[in-house]
Design a protein around this ligand. Structure first.
Ligand SMILES: Cc1cc2nc3c(=O)[nH]c(=O)nc-3n(C[C@H](O)[C@H](O)[C@H](O)COP(=O)(O)OP(=O)(O)OC[C@H]3O[C@@H](n4cnc5c(N)ncnc54)[C@H](O)[C@@H]3O)c2cc1C
Length: 494
């Protein structure tokens, strides 16, 4: 079994360019996941001087660890939006998802992208009595918008279901083949993409932002933050308007079905099939808030055991996390009133293939000074008093992540081979000794050892570091290696 995402196995790219000089731009896109690359693709013909920077390789963060469903049947989203807002909002969100799906399919067809696209039926099922009526309402809402929905008592897999609904016109694909093709198309259109290029601080000077990497400066009139976690944005309260959910995933050799499945509510089970040279079943489970279930070994064991119950043997095993918003709508657009220079796309509530694509449509329209029908729906400036409970719960989770492993000594988080001395974590694998600061440079949370991946993971905002202390996932912008001075992120735009 390999501890890596199926999408990133055998990844090759001979065209990786790092930033090697200062730049002056009209627009800088920070982040090369589905949001950043799709936005650059939409702007590929623009006369503006635009570049994208990615601190790792294209798609190697959240997008490269997804399950790759392109789907508008998203748990109980329409029921939830009707309850929180009204039917009009539910309808507008549905429309936005259908537009995003159409955009992905049109791009794949127009650009002849080979990314294992398949049209599939998608099922949402529940084994909870209390969810049956909600799922029935979800079906009614979709039908009132002229979507054909079927109901079922059972599903095609040995999983307990009391009630199930399904739709036909949804898709699955290989997200990294898709992103890599978009990257190549952007290159051919002379758009600049710099990988292995980490923005560590941003400063506003008159009409420009100065974005600093360790060596170079990028001077830009506008910034699109496509970096998943709303880094650099403490003053705008994003960290408490969002929460992080983590999940564990396996891919196992199996027969192929043209179906996807997901439970209506937590704890999530999500299944899809992927056919390439071989056929795989991709199984996701154990979703929880980032501050809960800190014993990573047991989280990974749980998904492996659940996969084995389907008589499958995992070939790939990985984890991923996504940003959830308090009202289940994404945050896409301008961050400040009366300021069209700072834009963001985040908060996709685990549906980033559609919402990242929607973000690319809205953000490129805003850059091109065009109106977009879904801009208000997704505006990051929206405020709702009814969100207070969720905001408090997010604050509690952040605090819990920060405090609990500072005071609780749980041996599963720190196995025998690890010693923590004066804030330094020492890991001895029998051959080598690795020393890192046991503190996340983002906000100072103590790190949990992930025995399965051999990484240090932050229980507050999901940064990850390898044994040498190199940051392999944000929001941290710095490493934790002991041979360097410990630095806190300069995460606020000054
Ligand atoms: C377990 C799981 C399963 C999922 N399955 C699905 C699914 O089936 N269908 C679906 O629609 N959605 C799914 N999602 C959601 C989806 O994967 C995400 O919403 C989406 O990939 C987010 O894309 P992004 O571009 O915003 O972020 P990312 O892909 O994380 O891209 C952001 C990029 O910014 C870079 N970056 C960050 N900071 C900096 C910096 N300072 N300088 C330079 N670069 C920087 C990062 O390295 C990263 O590559 C799933 C999520 C999870 C957690």
């Amino acid at each position: 079994m390999q501890n890596k995402s199926i999408w990133l196995d055998n990844y090759k790219d001979n065209n990786v360019k790092e930033l090697n000089q200062d730049l002056t731009l009209d627009v800088l896109i920070i982040g090369g996941g589905i949001t950043g690359i799709s936005t650059l693709y939409n702007l590929r013909k623009s006369k503006l001087k635009i570049a994208l920077v990615e601190k790792d390789l294209i798609g190697h963060s959240t997008t490269g660890h997804t399950t790759g469903k392109i789907n508008y049947l998203q748990e109980l989203i329409y029921y939830d939006l009707e309850k929180k807002y009204n039917l009009d909002v539910a309808k507008l969100y549905l429309e936005s998802q259908l537009i995003a799906i159409k955009q992905i399919i049109n791009i794949i067809k127009k650009e002849k992208i080979d990314c294992n696209l398949e049209k599939v039926a998608s099922y949402v099922y529940t084994d909870k009595l209390e969810d049956i009526d909600k799922l029935k309402r979800e079906k009614e809402i979709l039908e009132s918008f002229n979507i054909k929905v079927k109901e079922h008592q059972n599903i095609n897999l040995p999983l307990k279901s009391l009630y199930t609904i399904s739709v036909n016109d949804t898709y699955v694909f290989h997200p990294i083949k898709y992103l890599k093709s978009l990257k190549d198309i952007c290159f051919h259109n002379n758009k600049e993409i710099y990988e292995k290029t980490n923005i560590i601080s941003i400063k506003k000077e008159n009409d420009y932002y100065i974005c600093n990497t360790a060596k170079y400066k990028i001077k830009t009139k506008k910034i699109i933050l496509a970096c998943h976690y709303p880094s650099f944005l403490i003053p705008y309260l994003f960290p408490i308007k969002t929460n992080i959910e983590k999940s564990y995933i396996t891919a196992s050799l199996s027969n192929h079905l043209k179906d996807t499945y997901i439970t209506s509510s937590l704890p999530t089970t999500s299944i899809r099939f992927h056919q390439d040279k071989k056929s795989y079943l991709i199984y996701l489970s154990t979703s929880s808030k980032i501050c809960n279930n800190l014993d990573e070994k047991s989280n990974f064991s749980k998904v492996i055991k659940e996969t084995q119950k389907l008589n499958l043997k995992p070939t790939y095993l990985w984890k991923n996390d996504d940003i959830l918003t308090v009202d289940k709508l994404p945050y896409i657009g301008y961050i400040k009133n009366d300021d069209n220079t700072l834009l963001i796309g985040t908060g996709y509530n685990t549906w980033g293939m559609t919402n990242g694509t929607l973000a690319s449509l809205i953000l490129s329209d805003l850059i091109n000074k065009k109106s977009n029908k879904y801009a208000n729906l997704c505006s990051p400036l929206r405020v709702s008093l009814t969100d207070t409970g969720s905001i408090l719960s997010n604050m509690f989770c952040n605090m819990k992540g920060f405090i609990q492993n500072k005071i609780v000594k749980n041996k599963n988080w720190y196995p025998e081979c690890i010693k923590i001395e004066n804030g330094i974590a020492i890991y001895n694998d029998g051959k080598n000794i690795y020393k890192v600061y046991n503190k996340c440079p983002h906000m100072g949370c103590s790190l949990i050892f992930n025995e399965v991946d051999k990484t240090w993971d932050c229980p507050c905002h999901a940064s990850r570091f390898n044994l040498e202390g190199k940051c392999i996932k944000g929001p941290s912008n710095y490493d934790i290696s002991c041979n360097k001075e410990f630095k806190y992120n300069n995460f606020t735009i000054k």
